[in-house]
Design a protein around this ligand. Sequence first.
Ligand code: DX5
Ligand code: ZN
Length: 226
Amino acid sequence: MGVTPKIAPSMLSSDFANLASEAKRMLDFGADWLHMDIMDGHFVPNLTIGAPVIESLRKHTKAYLDCHLMVTNPIDYVEPLGKAGASGFTFHVEISKDNWQELIQRIKSKGMRPGVALKPGTPIEEVYPLVDSENPVEMVLVMTVEPGFGGQKFMPEMMDKVRVLRKKYPSLDIEVDGGLGPSTIDMAASAGANCIVAGSSVFGAPEPAAAISLMRNSVLENQEKC
Ligand code: DX5
Ligand code: ZN
């Protein structure tokens, strides 16, 4: 398999008042990406951060900022997030049925990597056109909890979506988000996920570096079995 493991601590579980040092701490612990949950209080019942915070954090780190847009109007965020220094821009398929082509094109034109996310109730087939397009998304994020909050329970039944996706697209970045940690990583990795978001399990671990390396090893070991 040509995909590399990317372990992405979700900064939603960090101390937002110390975001720069929390980010540095995670990178020192071996994180590959930093997962940034952008919520508008409308698409999901929670409100977090936006472009100004990404811009502030960017001044402190060169890390890949993997932005997950849980917002109703992602197109309005492309320009500000591009300027702020976001790296990945993952929008939800549920609210982009009419404009995903324009979204992908604009995200790329701002130098970001486009991804598409789907909620637990959304069938996997809905993302196929976006991956098969001439101008495709470069990552699919399979939500393994209802988006909105950290610390929820992993939904193992979502692994069918990951398996189907991995079979169809052997070299696609497939991300899972929600309830991932040392006790659930093997289910996700054996289904074919390679980008792993983990919030509470990493920030709450006695040794976050050990949790990160355990998850990376699980992805690598499962790839060897393929
Ligand atoms: C949930 C967010 C997640 C969340 C994951 O809507 O998209 O990124 O922070 O947190 P844990 O790993 O605690 O489930
Ligand atoms: Zn997320």
